[in-house]
Design a protein around this ligand. Structure first.
Ligand SMILES: [Zn+2]
Length: 159
C-alpha cells in the first residue's frame, strides 16, 4: 500500500501499489496513479499522483503535478510534488518547485524557486495556486521558502 493525496481536496487515500487510477472518496475527482519515465523530449503538462522521472539526456518543459518527481535530465517549468522532488547528479532544473521534500544530489543544478513544506497540496486552493504566477503572498503562506540560485552541492546552500 502507499498513501497519496487527492490533488483536488487534499484527502489522503491508501491505495495498492498496482492501482493505476481511482476516484477520491471525499470529492469524487478521478486520480491517476501511473508512473511516467520520460525518455524523449517532452513539452506540456503531466498530472499523476505516481512518479514522474526524466531520464538522463532527456529534457522536458512544462508543468508537472505528481506524487514523486525525479530529474536525471533537464527540466524547465513548474513542478508540484505531493512527495519528494529529487534532482540527481548531472541534472539541470530551471523551475518553480513546490514539494513536501527536496533532495539535490551533488552535481545537480537548480535555478529557480523552491517551496518545501509539509502542507503542500493540503489546502484545496494549493493546486490552483500552482497554476497562477507566484507572488509574495503565495510564497509567504508556505511554511519554508528558500530560493536557490547556484549549483547544488550535497546539501543545497541557500542564497
Ligand atoms: Zn478529493
Amino acid at each position: 500500500m502507499r498513501e497519496v493525496s487527492c490533488p483536488a481536496c487534499g484527502h489522503k487515500i491508501e491505495v495498492s501499489q498496482k492501482a493505476l487510477s481511482l476516484r477520491c472518496p471525499a470529492c469524487t475527482q478521478p486520480i491517476q496513479l501511473d508512473d511516467f519515465v520520460l525518455e524523449q523530449s517532452t513539452e506540456g503538462r503531466l498530472k499523476t499522483m505516481g512518479l514522474v522521472a526524466i531520464a538522463p539526456g532527456c529534457d522536458m518543459s512544462g508543468e508537472v503535478v505528481c506524487g514523486a518527481f525525479r530529474n536525471e535530465g533537464q527540466f524547465e517549468g513548474q513542478v508540484l510534488v505531493y512527495g519528494t522532488a529529487a534532482l540527481l547528479a548531472g541534472s539541470q532544473t530551471q523551475a518553480s518547485v513546490t514539494a513536501r521534500a527536496f533532495e539535490a544530489a551533488g552535481g545537480s543544478t537548480f535555478v529557480g524557486r523552491l517551496m518545501v513544506g509539509p502542507r503542500v497540496g493540503l489546502a484545496p486552493t494549493d493546486a490552483h495556486r500552482f497554476d497562477a504566477p507566484a507572488s509574495r503572498d503565495q510564497t509567504a503562506r508556505v511554511p519554508a521558502v528558500v530560493i536557490l540560485r547556484q549549483t547544488a552541492t550535497a546539501s543545497p546552500q541557500v542564497v
